[in-house]
Design a protein around this ligand. Structure first.
Ligand code: ZN
Length: 211
């Protein structure tokens, strides 16, 4: 039998962690209609990622696959999500990043539509800005990019690279689509994801109340 190019026991551990966390996100309504995808860094060349098109509230170990950092499947015939490249570009660029979470909540989707013309959403003066690693104060502004949606993942990945060159980021929106958030491990990526969701919800509510 060929030896696998990754640690199968570590994969099983990460798959269990993905399944538990994603079930909670699915129950919160952030992964409608089999959308969204989730990954963990497996080592310095591989990531574990959810297989395309599965119900995220009912994932099993068979729904987690291994890809290399070019987004190609490793070791089986499963089909990675078209958006795999948006995960692996982060693992390739940042050795410290260990988890990428992509969701399609209603709040994220509505905010992406509303702020797409401006190209970003600005968070300013919120205590919860401290939830993002490296932020120690509510003072200062945080701009979250909103990229146009496209089915061309190489084009989208290039826009993300340019944004990462320009600023420190823990997430971005895609117009009419959803949110990407990441962190050094699952707990940090979830904290960032939840902070984005909460702050976007606040901005939307303020817009309604101010009308
Ligand atoms: Zn998506």
């Amino acid at each position: 039998m060929d030896t696998l190019p990754y640690d199968a026991q570590h994969l099983r551990h990460l798959a269990g962690e993905i399944i538990t966390n994603v079930r909670e996100l699915a129950h919160a309504g952030w992964t409608p209609a089999t959308s969204s995808n989730f990954s963990r860094r497996l080592d310095d060349r591989h990531a574990a990622i959810t297989v395309s098109g599965r119900d995220k509230g009912r994932l099993t170990e068979a729904d987690i696959m291994v890809v290399d950092f070019d987004g190609k499947a490793v070791g089986n015939g499963k089909k990675p999500s078209a958006e795999t490249l948006l995960h692996t570009q982060l693992y390739r660029r940042f050795p410290e990043i260990g988890c990428v979470l992509h969701t399609h909540s209603r709040t994220q989707t509505v905010a992406s539509r509303l702020y797409a013309p401006a190209g970003h959403v600005r968070f300013e003066g919120y205590e919860l800005q401290k939830a993002f690693f490296g932020n120690t104060t509510h003072e200062g502004a945080m701009d979250v990019p909103v990229f146009p949606n496209t089915q061309d993942m190489h084009e989208l990945a290039a826009w993300v690279e340019a944004a990462l060159d320009a600023q420190c980021l823990w997430g971005y929106l895609i117009d009419g689509h959803g949110l990407y958030a990441w962190g050094r491990d699952m707990a940090e990526a979830r904290r960032h994801l939840e902070a984005f969701e909460f702050l976007l919800g606040c901005e939307l509510e303020l817009r309604t109340l101010k009308q």
